[in-house]
Design a protein around this ligand. Sequence first.
Ligand code: SF4
Ligand code: SF4
Length: 136
Amino acid sequence: MKEMLIETIKNLFSKPVTVKYPQEPSPPPPNYRGLIVYKEELCIFCTKCEMVCPPGAIRFTYQEDGSKKFHYNPYLCIYCGECVRACPKPGCLTQVEEIAPPESSVPDWDELEKRAEESKKAFLKAKAVAKKKPGS
Ligand code: SF4
Ligand code: SF4
């Protein structure tokens, strides 16, 4: 009974353990596996990260010249870290303790996935045609 009373009095004067999220930001706990950060300057565009990503939160779009552009959807990401483990270039992909921004800055993902598929097909087709050409 005495311990209970002491605990109650202590709780009356201590800071609440909860936060008023979303009015107040909710700080992530230490070692929280948050957002994926990509450094294009280190990327060799092997697309391993795209291949291993379970929900398809990483997609590459292809340009006519074969160059690729990385896209990441933090709202599809399950923060598993598979892409970081699969990436052969240390530091190119990192997982930081930040949570996804409250406002979506992600483009229309359905549209982007369509564009990724189509641009890849078009690039592979152009590559196959170029291979068949005599002298190439
Ligand atoms: S952390 Fe997991 S879900 Fe998120 S982008 Fe990487 S592989 Fe995909
Ligand atoms: S696995 Fe790493 S190096 Fe390969 S495409 Fe993805 S980010 Fe670039």
